[in-house]
Design a protein around this ligand. Sequence first.
Ligand SMILES: NC(=O)c1ccc[n+]([C@@H]2O[C@H](COP(=O)([O-])OP(=O)(O)OC[C@H]3O[C@@H](n4cnc5c(N)ncnc54)[C@H](OP(=O)(O)O)[C@@H]3O)[C@@H](O)[C@H]2O)c1
Length: 327
Amino acid sequence: MKAYNWGILGTGNIAHKFARALMLLDNAHLYAVGSRDAARAEQFAAEFGFTKHFGSYEEMLADPGVEVVYISSPHTHHLEHTMLALRNGKHVICEKPMSVTSMEVSRMIDEARKNNLFLMEALWPPFQPSYLKADEILKGGKMGRLHHMRGKFAFVSPYDPELRTYNLALGGGALLDIGIYPVMDILRYMGEPESVTATSVLAPTGADESTAMIFRFSDGRMAEAYCSFGNMGGVCTEFNCENGNLILTRGRDRNQHLIIELPGDTDDRIFTPPAQGYQYEAAEVMNCLDHGLTESPVVPLSFSLTLARILDEVRVKAGIKYPGRDR
Ligand SMILES: NC(=O)c1ccc[n+]([C@@H]2O[C@H](COP(=O)([O-])OP(=O)(O)OC[C@H]3O[C@@H](n4cnc5c(N)ncnc54)[C@H](OP(=O)(O)O)[C@@H]3O)[C@@H](O)[C@H]2O)c1
């Protein structure tokens, strides 16, 4: 089995979780970490056992040993950092949202293709055991036709204009940070909507504190998505089918639950992947590289582009603006 030299760009919250997950994979070599701050890079490297640490992203990306890079900077920096990695000949998995606008996502895809390098958006759910089980049940036909979906992602992030969640310069706002998940679920299971209705409540910085969306499909089906930094609504996607319902949720216990509701019968299945399941997307990257693929069949680049286009449309309808980044 070929082992891949990983580089991690950025040392924030999600980079810690991803590094912990990488440690579970035999074919992942924790090779390098790059930070804007040399001491932070050194500390991160020591915590997880990376071979090398760099006090700048440029230096890390110039290291010929780095083969695949995980981009974990704020959304507004994904374009710059992904381009930098690709131009240095590295394969990339970039945190969600892939970028702030679909135009930017399109540029990233073009650059990856031009260089014949792998690129994937780090969309975590499709690789989780609860989602794989839901896929199997939906495909099995027992639930009947999927008629409606409702997804929400909400938690309390107290208002602070400097925080990544509210600071527009760091891509602040609930839609791009957490609303992307219910929207992604709806697109994956119901396809591209014919029309989108959306409204937001904006924080004083202009970042959306809450956004509600309704999607209508050409065959008459509908779906709703909601995200907020203002309440403890939690994470839940409901699939309403002709014969019953599936409910995917993350409990207060942080476990993944798949609740299967059929007439007279309710089954709550609980999944507790180690490292919160972040290793599966990294394993997918290496599996694709093993097979000479430059994109993942599970999260293809066309999906990331469609997702970004729908998020553009929601933003326009709801009046969410990122200065200097129209589309
Ligand atoms: N997949 C998931 O479940 C998940 C969960 C949380 C977040 N995310 C995504 O991951 C990305 C980062 O989120 P996070 O919560 O990890 O954020 P965070 O804790 O603020 O970390 C972001 C890191 O990016 C680097 N960075 C580069 N330029 C920066 C700048 N101008 N300002 C601040 N930091 C900068 C910093 O690392 P250095 O200082 O070391 O350079 C910082 O530690 C976001 O795009 C978010 O959507 C995904």
